[in-house]
Design a protein around this ligand. Structure first.
Ligand code: UT7
Length: 331
């Protein structure tokens, strides 16, 4: 989709990462793996683990409060709160309502959850943009919060090494001086739904003793198949938004990709003709935090001065569903 003139911008970002670090070395003691294998095949060195008593409501609320503080916005002035998570604290009610209460965004705000797995943050930004463009909201809070370690099978070496916990947030408001979302592109293909799933615990396959024994309430992933699809889809989406925004690879100041695997990131950069010096990577420190990866990366990039007023940022993501997408922004 093309936006000739941006209507919505990211006014501020925030993040929260739990303190506890889980290193590759520690994983060597837990499953049949090595530090070297994890680093070479994924680029991950360590990841954060939330304590048992901390869920996504708490992590998401803390990220949201930091974004609100930076934008100097009172939580009561939020018109809409969108939360993306694949790991809600409970199935009912929505995590967005729980975060709404936790941060005191009560008054005029509506709140709902959006589930597009790792692509969720980009989908949510586009929803926020639509609400701002349509005049239905002045201030939208988007929160991406994930406790991936709560759905990991710690005996499965092909998945337990990849994921970590964390939360990111963004405040979306009307564009003022031509800054904001230039173009976005979202797609999904449910034919690949079985490649990354939690088979049990929903309406079709409720939790029972057999499902628990088979660990069907935990994440199952066909990593190699997802890897191949991810490279093609993410790179294609990136190229599409650059075309829609009338930009070339060399116009991009920073590529902020979903942080799943360094080899996927490198391929995406290559296809988009963006050198690795212009690619933001924090996967080594946090692993894959699903939908929280991009907002956490954006917040760090701004803090490190890699993104500032006028910067052109390209983001791209893919995840379960399959879902994928990309977005170009002028900061
Ligand atoms: O956000 C979206 C979420 N999904 C993803 O991001 C997944 C994307 N996929 C990947 O990142 C990669 O496919 C993985 C990192 C999961 C796996 O890397 P790979 O290079 O695709 O390895 P592979 O699955 O082809 O496995 C190669 C070998 C296998 O052994 P054999 O069959 O060749 O003997 C695996 O059993 O590596 C083995 N292996 C491991 N060895 C040591 C798998 N996991 C491990 C491990 N340590 N942790």
């Amino acid at each position: 989709m093309t936006a000739a003139q941006p209507t919505a911008r990211i006014a501020a970002t925030g993040r929260f990462l739990p303190d506890r670090v889980l290193t590759n070395k520690e994983l060597e003691q837990m499953v049949d793996t090595t530090e070297e294998w994890i680093l070479e095949r994924t680029g991950i060195v360590e990841r954060r683990i939330a304590p048992a008593e901390m869920g996504v409501t708490e992590m998401g609320a803390r990220a949201a409060q930091r974004a609100l503080a930076k934008a100097e916005i009172d939580a009561r002035d939020i018109d809409l709160l969108i939360v993306t998570t694949a790991t809600p604290d409970r199935w009912l009610p929505s995590t967005s309502c729980e975060i709404q209460a936790r941060i005191g965004a009560i008054g005029k705000s509506a709140a709902f959850d959006l589930h597009a797995a790792c692509t969720g943050f980009l989908y949510a930004l586009t929803m926020a943009e639509g609400h701002v463009a349509g005049g239905r909201a002045d201030t939208v809070l988007v929160v991406a919060a994930e406790k991936m370690t709560s759905i990991i099978d710690w005996d499965d070496r092909s998945t337990c090494i990849l994921f970590g916990d964390g939360a990111g947030a963004a405040i979306v408001q009307r564009s003022e001086n031509g800054e904001g979302i230039l173009a976005s592109h979202h797609r999904s293909d449910g034919n690949f739904a079985d490649l990354l799933e939690r088979p049990a615990g929903g309406a079709a396959n409720p939790l029972d003793a057999e499902a628990l024994r088979a660990k069907d309430h935990l994440m199952k992933m066909s990593g190699r198949e997802i890897f191949k699809l991810a490279v093609r889809r993410m790179a294609g989406a990136g190229r599409q938004v650059l075309r829609d925004a009338g930009l070339k690879g060399e116009d991009v100041d920073l590529l902020v990709p979903h942080q799943a695997n360094i080899r996927i990131i490198e391929s995406t950069a290559r296809y988009s003709r963006i050198p690795m010096e212009k690619v933001f990577v924090n996967l080594n420190r946090y692993g894959n935090m699903s939908s929280a990866s991009i907002p956490v990366a954006l917040d760090e990039a701004v803090e490190q001065g890699l993104v500032g007023p006028g910067s052109v940022v390209l983001t791209a993501a893919f995840g379960a569903g399959l879902t994928w997408g990309a977005m170009a922004l002028r900061w």
